[in-house]
Write a protein that binds this ligand. Structure first.
Ligand code: PLP
Length: 463
């Protein structure tokens, strides 16, 4: 399987090199040259597989023999044995037409674990096979950092540095990251917001000489391995519904969206041949993607802090992958759009192109009040507690699920991670023991200003 860049200047690299490259050396994002197609017969064969068995089949399509099957199986088994639920991503029925896919049974109680447990093990495998050092650098709006750190803490041959926006992640997220005391972990708390952190990382990675000298590797969802790992649960949810006799025909998915990684995985699953109906893109007040789908204008707006901080994102790092398919896999057209975005801060589509966007996605932005009301209502009516991100997805699902359709709303985090919001509606929850224990541990982090040079200086000391 060959991987290429959305900007056309990287081509012919394999899976492992695509994982190591992260962001394309030409500034684009890496995608498979051809998306593998899964036939109806294969779908039928996959229907009864366990989660790890299914992950192995899907990963095998994209790694295409580069990692021997036994090794790949070991990587998959190691990555999902840390999950607390035997189904890895169990599906819960809420009401007719609405199911919630619980993606938060990994070590840090958010869906990021599904991809980052795998990516951590994969990096460790590659480091061992190639006998090379790996320095991971990433930015987080809260969940990625915790999950990435958990994926590689204490592992030989790997160091990890995570930037988070100071004071703009939830208490539990901060504790999950900063109470880790392994020497291969550095937390930088950046004065600024998530977009500042992401910009610093992007610029440091764009310095190809620096990236190569220090063996810098990415864990942000620009890494194709993360997208790949996230396609699995779309298939798995579909099969769980089919096995229960509920989901004949197509299934809609509603996805709380920030960097567009998770929903892009759904888009990819659909392109592979999974019978996905609507892909419902749910945002909070940071609704650049909702405006793009509904109005055809992709333009960062004012930054809002919300109850769903992992979606407080203006510039969605995976969006370019979708643009590539929207432009008929034309890298020249994508490069022109991204250059226009750099200069004018805006991308506009209209006519037939906008109609295509609206065939691919439905979108709703769910504001704070609506988010809390949804948590309260689902708790009252069905005795099920949603976290604020998931609540955005559930509210959007309610708007777009027609009678006789079935929508799976992705539950991207456990509510205990976002108790700040849950408390506001006077719901008392019991924390899982693993989360409760964090409050007694000392924290390790360094405050830096939001400049590339300050971050670079800390990195040079750490590496
Ligand atoms: C990261 C995250 C999201 C957004 O996912 P993207 O892939 O960035 O769109 C949503 N909810 C939670 C809880 C997250 O951690």
């Amino acid at each position: 399987m060959e991987y290429i860049s959305t900007r056309g200047k990287v081509a012919g690299i394999g899976f492992i090199d695509a994982v190591l490259m992260g962001l394309g050396d030409d500034g684009g994002l890496l995608v498979p040259k051809h998306i593998p197609h899964v036939s109806d017969d294969t779908l039928a064969q996959w229907q009864k597989l366990s989660y790890p068995e299914l992950a192995l089949e899907i990963f095998a399509l994209y790694t295409d023999g580069e990692i021997p099957r036994e090794d790949l199986k070991q990587l998959v088994d190691d990555s999902y044995k840390t999950f607390r639920d035997k189904d890895v991503t169990p599906l819960r029925r809420i009401k007719d037409g609405l199911h919630v896919l619980e993606l938060f049974h990994g070590p840090t109680f958010a869906f990021k674990d599904i991809a980052l447990q795998f990516l951590g093990n994969l990096y460790s495998y590659i480091s061992h096979e190639k006998n090379s050092i790996i320095h991971i650098l990433g930015a987080t709006s809260g969940d990625t950092g915790a999950s990435a750190i958990e994926g590689v803490r204490g592992k030989k041959g790997i160091k990890i540095c995570i930037l988070h926006p100071n004071g703009k992640v939830s208490k539990v997220q901060e504790l999950q990251m900063t109470t880790v005391d392994d020497a291969n972990v550095l937390n930088l708390s950046v004065e600024g917001n998530f977009d500042d952190c992401q910009r610093i990382i992007k610029e440091l990675f764009a310095d190809v000489a620096f990236k190569q000298e220090y063996h810098l590797r990415a864990i942000n969802s620009i890494n194709f391995a993360r997208i790949l790992a996230q396609t699995v649960y779309y298939f798995y949810a579909y099969f769980q519904l089919a096995n229960s006799g509920t989901g004949a025909g197509t299934v809609n998915f509603s996805v709380p969206t920030g960097n567009f990684g998770d929903i892009f995985a759904g888009f990819l699953a659909k392109k592979m041949g999974l019978p996905v109906g609507k892909l419902i893109l749910a945002t909070n007040e940071n609704n650049i993607l909702e405006r793009f789908v509904n109005e055809g204008v992709y333009q960062p707006g004012e930054f809002h802090m919300t109850y769903s901080p992992s979606m407080d994102i203006q510039v969605a790092s995976n969006f370019e992958r979708y643009l590539y398919y929207l432009q008929g896999e034309d890298a020249t057209a994508v490069s022109a759009l991204m250059e226009g975005f750099r200069q004018k801060g805006r991308i506009t589509v209209s006519g037939e192109t906008l109609e295509q966007v609206q065939r691919d996605f439905a979108a709703a932005s769910v504001e704070n009040d609506d988010c809390l009301a949804t948590i309260g209502q689902v708790h009252d009516d069905f005795g099920y507690l949603l976290d604020p991100h998931t609540a955005c997805g559930v509210a959007a699902a309610d708007r777009f699920t027609a009678k006789s359709e079935v929508t799976v709303a992705l539950a991207t985090a456990h509510p205990a991670k976002f108790n700040e919001a849950i408390e506001l509606i006077q719901i008392e929850q019991t924390f899982p023991a693993q989360i409760q224990a964090l409050f007694d541990k000392p924290q390790h982090q360094k405050l830096v200003d939001g400049s590339n040079s300050a971050v670079k200086a800390e990195l040079l000391k750490f590496f």
